[in-house]
Design a protein around this ligand. Sequence first.
Ligand SMILES: Cc1cc2nc3c(=O)[nH]c(=O)nc-3n(C[C@H](O)[C@H](O)[C@H](O)COP(=O)(O)O)c2cc1C
Length: 354
Amino acid sequence: MSLLFEPMTLRETQFANRAWVAPMCQYSADGGLVGDWHLAHLGSLATGGFGLVVAEATAVVAEGRISPRDAGLWHESHVEAWRRITSFVHERGTLLGVQLAHAGRKASTYWPWHERSGTVPFEDGGWGTRGPSAVPFPGYVPPAEVTPEDIAALPELFAAAARRALAAGFDVVEVHAAHGYLLHEFLSPLSNVRTDEYGGSLENRMRLPLEVTRAVREAWPEERALLVRISATDWVTGGLTVDESVELAKELAVAGADLVDVSTGGNVLADIPVGPGYQVPAARAVREGAGVPVSAVGLITDPLQAEQVLVDQAADAVMLGRAALREPRWALRAAHELGDARGTWQPQYERARL
Ligand SMILES: Cc1cc2nc3c(=O)[nH]c(=O)nc-3n(C[C@H](O)[C@H](O)[C@H](O)COP(=O)(O)O)c2cc1C
């Protein structure tokens, strides 16, 4: 018996195990509409034995897309496209989440395999970006500073996308407040130099992410789990710190988040000591300091390593990104290697269990 395959419950959402798939942009949508690629990609992960699969950063408004090819939930027409995918995933008995996102000053960029990089110009289908302040991400076109009216509209944009996520059949929603996208931009003093009630003190910088979380909580069914992904540190002097993120996590829990998904970085260029489990200490600090459930992510690749994160009580669940792309049935291998009979095998694959 492992901890990795121990079930977990948040509100009334029951996770079969604690090996989860992290949200990963596929840059394969058309006008926000997901299609066959997403069905094959998320469908294969749904046969992989994971306790939760979180679908990619999905824009709550068209201008909040990282690239023109991002998935969306800003329009009713997106609901049916997602429903086809949630139906397939549910037939496989797997939970599907979706990450609700606004890319802020890092919107309107080319997708990774495009021959060009950086900001997409208007003539190539790009759009003007907005952020908390007119401070650009290095190498990108400077954003316009959002107005108080823009800010007032944002919680409802996230809430409306959460209602569409419910109509589309998702089991879990995650608010994206990490990786240098809009909500993280508000949290970090490096991208937020506002002098109104949304900038300056930590209390002010947290205001919008907390308003968004409360709005999503109200829109999302009481009995279903709500996650928030944060970047617990900017990894540079003068940036968001782990201590501040502990305070943030406490407030997120009050606002209705059931688990904080602890990532790091992405808001500025930084020298990050990347290595196996490099973000686990941040997850542990948030878990211990704020007393909230957390997931750990970042170069967790090996079943025994994942198990150790849980044994060490550094996190309540682990998320896998690239390892799950390399091996969509990673969690089945993990159950096999850890000798845990609780792995979730599709009947078609049952003969591989032992
Ligand atoms: C192709 C790809 C797309 C990603 N897209 C997202 C995303 O949509 N939202 C997000 O929060 N993180 C995204 N990430 C980051 C992952 O969720 C994860 O945090 C990161 O890859 C570190 O975990 P890993 O070492 O297990 O890959 C992406 C990563 C990859 C490789």
